[in-house]
Design a protein around this ligand. Structure first.
Ligand code: 289
Ligand code: CA
Length: 160
């Protein structure tokens, strides 16, 4: 009985070491495909991936496209995430609409799930609700935010 318990342990050790090898190979493969999938218009911050199709659309278009793809509009929640979206705006030389609006209550900017924003990076003087028609938020190439009319066309950046 003692011998069979020993051989069972040594078999399990072999199985664990084989699994460790497979995990390592999978990790390397995942890292490679992550690079492939985010080239050139994607950026990873922690577990979040921001990526653009390179197309432009108005806010409703963009929201739909990101949802259809299983993600949502880019909603940077800290400086690192904002910098990632900024890099995409710079690469494509186009401002980006964020998944943030004050459509519900003027002046209260919220994420698409209705939560109040936890981070902002307004350009000086913004948000100004110019002409009383600006409920969406665009991110400029300098990373700063401006409230802007939702009907304008901006670069589509989704987050997953
Ligand atoms: O229609 C006005 C917008 O194009 C923007 O014009 C100026 O950059 C500023 O007044 C912005 O606040 C405004 O959103
Ligand atoms: Ca504005």
């Amino acid at each position: 009985k003692g011998d069979s318990a020993l051989s069972e342990v040594s078999l399990m050790k072999k199985q664990i070491s084989a699994l460790e090898g497979q995990l390592k190979a999978l990790q390397a493969s995942f890292a490679k495909y992550q690079k492939v999938a985010t080239f050139p218009g994607g950026r990873t911050v922690g577990n979040k991936v921001f990526i653009t199709s390179g197309y432009e659309g108005n806010f409703d278009d963009m929201k739909q496209r990101c949802l259809q793809a299983g993600g949502q509009l880019a909603s940077p929640r800290n400086a690192a995430e904002n910098a990632a979206v900024q890099q995409i705006a710079l690469l494509y030389q186009k401002p980006v609409f964020l998944g943030i609006t004050d459509i519900q209550t003027e002046g209260k900017f919220k994420y698409l799930n209705g939560d109040t924003i936890v981070y902002s990076n307004w350009h000086p003087g913004e948000p100004n609700n110019d002409k009383g028609t600006e409920d969406c938020v665009e991110l400029y190439g300098n990373g700063k935010w401006n409230d802007k009319s939702c009907g304008e066309k901006r670069l589509i950046v989704c987050e997953f």
